[in-house]
Write a protein that binds this ligand. Structure first.
Ligand code: F6P
Length: 351
């Protein structure tokens, strides 16, 4: 009897924990259910071009602690219309459906962020059986309390900001550090609090330069030797100034120095936040989500995204997740707790 066959792919920005998820769902599928596992290369591009490897125990061995993804990833968006697509050839979604059907897949597991879950949902509307597995360092996927990749990125950013404290103190400087988080400020909030940031700027909370400058001058007057400003890459900066500054951190540092006369320097952490081995938390979360995804398939509960809900592994309809972002609520308790410690979020009215 032919083995049941499932397909998996990793799509979007990579992050620590992807290989832990691949390992878990692959081993659960092979060892417990005797499935054959097809690993598509470079995200949806591999599915469009029918480029894949067969994942067996050997390929899944030794990857738990490995950063990145053994399958590779891409930001291919199959449903995004391109002028060059002539009507005559099959569209990308049609190619996906053809390859899915010719391989006789039982289900396709899409490991990725918001864009990936949206694509997975659209493929389910074409009749494919899909399961979404949420992944992103941004932690901005609606429908799950947390995503793997986030804890690792918070740890990496925190360790980096800890180092900025010592050099800021030596030079009596203000250090502005930019963390990732295109739409949501979860990384800046968590890493900012964990690393003792004095100012934390989130996309969700509008700030004024004057508020920040007043706060930092006040610290200077109180003989604080240095300050740490943590900003999310997604904070707003004046459109007219985007050309002048290479990043939001550069804009904030330059503006604060001009307003206060205090010496500022900026650091953009960038892709280091997505690299290297996952934390233990992310290894465990990715492992649990991976095996749960396989269990959903055996129960034929398709077109859902596995998730964490109130601390439990669960699933939610892709219908409900697609196109929605989980942003930081300005009334989040962690913000009030940080304010109580004297942290500035850029919108306080000077008392
Ligand atoms: O979505 C995760 C993320 O790291 C964002 O925080 C960041 O803005 C984006 O990916 C960078 O995208 P790319 O890897 O395509 O440059």
């Amino acid at each position: 009897m032919l083995k049941k066959r499932i397909g998996i792919l990793t799509s979007g920005g990579d992050c620590p924990g992807l290989n832990a998820a691949i390992r878990s769902l692959g081993k659960t599928a092979i060892l417990r259910h005797d499935f054959e596992v097809v690993g598509f290369l470079s995200g949806f591009a591999g599915l469009i071009n029918n480029e894949y490897i067969i994942l067996d125990e050997d390929k899944l061995s030794g990857i738990l602690t490995l950063g990145g993804t053994i399958l590779g990833t891409s930001r291919e968006k199959p449903f995004k219309k391109y002028e060059s697509e002539s009507e005559k050839v099959d569209s990308k979604p049609e190619l996906i459906k053809k390859n899915y059907e010719s391989l006789g897949l039982e289900c396709l597991i899409c490991i990725g962020g918001n864009g990936t879950q949206k694509t997975a949902h659209k493929l389910s509307k074409m009749g494919l059986n899909v399961i979404g597995l949420p992944k992103t360092i941004d932690n901005d996927i609606w429908g799950t309390d947390i995503t793997f990749g986030f804890d690792s990125a918070v740890s990496i950013a925190t360790e980096a900001i800890d180092r900025l404290h010592t050099t800021a103190n030596s030079h009596r400087r203000i250090m502005v550090v930019e963390v990732m988080g295109h739409h949501a400020g979860w990384l800046a909030l968590y890493a900012g609090i964990a690393s003792g940031g004095d100012v934390i700027l989130l996309p969700e909370i509008p700030y004024t330069l004057e508020t920040i400058a007043d706060y930092l001058e006040n610290r200077f007057r109180r003989r604080k030797p240095y300050s740490i400003v943590v900003v999310a890459e997604g904070i707003s900066i004046p459109e007219s100034l985007r050309e002048k500054y290479y990043s939001p951190a550069h804009y904030i540092a330059d503006s604060i120095q001009k307003l206060t006369g205090l010496e500022c320097r900026e650091t953009v952490l960038g892709y280091v936040q997505r690299g290297g081995t996952p934390t233990a938390f992310d290894r465990i979360l990715a492992t649990r989500l991976g095996s749960y995804a396989i269990e959903l398939i055996t129960k034929r509960k398709f077109n859902r995204m596995v998730c964490v809900k109130d601390g439990h592994i669960d699933s939610v309809k892709l219908d409900e997740v697609s196109g929605r972002l989980k942003l930081v609520d300005p009334d989040h308790p962690m913000i009030e707790e940080a304010r109580a410690l004297g942290t500035c979020f850029g919108n306080e009215n000077r008392r």
